[in-house]
Design a protein around this ligand. Structure first.
Ligand code: CA
Length: 252
């Protein structure tokens, strides 16, 4: 599938040039000419990367970046920066951007940055094969929980998707909105985000049944941020060596 890139740039000629270059390189670009429209596009499901100008009408690039950090913090962003504004570039990187290119840039230069950021993007994580807590194992391929007494509990596709999403970003809280757009493909919305809470509750009780009392040790609630895998949960990746959880955020 072609990777989707949202191009937020108000100067028509520059935006068109970027879109043409991305199209030629096999990407699926989506255009936005102001910050608000760009933020809406960036929050849609299936977006892999955002190219973000800073000086934009309606909502400036820093505001777009800050809002994306609140709801879609794993979405990679490359800043399109004007020449001679080093402070802006630093501010952008501090604000959560992954990289920047300085205008005027060549198509080749831009594509090289895009390629580099997408390659290290957590949106394409190493597949998690097994998720473990104490004696209990979640087999992601089979979508089932194996407890140490040998019993098995099946997970729904939604439950498995949520768990895999949390595992792919272990050590970091994932907002309800981000879970919605990544797992369900919905837009932001109060009604739909409550559905996430319901699925989390059911997932926790299945996990707790397999490892008594440990529901919230599998999936922690992070106040004001969303959900994350608990700090004692271990992961096995589809790679030569297994990997343990890294540093974690504070947990409620
Ligand atoms: Ca501009």
């Amino acid at each position: 599938m072609k990777r989707r890139i949202v191009v937020i740039e108000d100067e028509d000629a520059i935006r068109r040039g970027i879109v043409d270059a991305l199209t030629m390189a096999g990407y699926d670009p989506v255009e936005a000419a102001d910050g608000k429209a760009g933020l809406d596009e960036a929050r849609r499901a299936g977006v892999d990367l955002v190219l973000l100008d800073l000086m934009l009408p309606v909502m400036d690039g820093f505001e777009v970046l800050a809002r994306l950090q609140q709801t879609h913090s794993s979405l990679p962003v490359i800043i399109l920066s004007a020449r001679g504004t080093e402070d802006d570039r630093v501010r952008g990187l501090r604000g959560g951007a992954d990289d920047y290119v300085v205008k005027p840039f060549s198509a080749l230069e831009l594509l090289a940055r895009v390629d580099a950021v997408l390659r290290r993007s957590p949106e394409r994580p190493q597949p998690v094969v097994r998720i473990l807590l104490r004696e209990t194992v979640v087999d992601c391929a089979r979508r089932e929980i194996l407890s140490n007494d040998g019993s098995r509990v099946a997970l729904s596709e939604m439950e498995a998707s949520i768990l895999q999403r949390l595992a792919a970003h272990a050590g970091r809280a994932i907002s309800r909105e981000e879970l919605l757009s990544s797992v369900w493909g919905f837009r932001d919305g109060n009604i739909e985000t409550r559905a996430i809470d319901m699925h989390i509750t059911r997932l926790r009780s299945k996990l707790a049944a397999a490892s008594p009392g440990a529901g919230t040790e599998w999936i922690a609630t992070v106040r004001g941020k969303g959900y994350m895998l608990g700090p004692d949960v271990a992961l096995e990746m589809d790679a030569p060596a297994g990997e343990q959880l890294a540093e974690t955020e504070s947990i409620e």
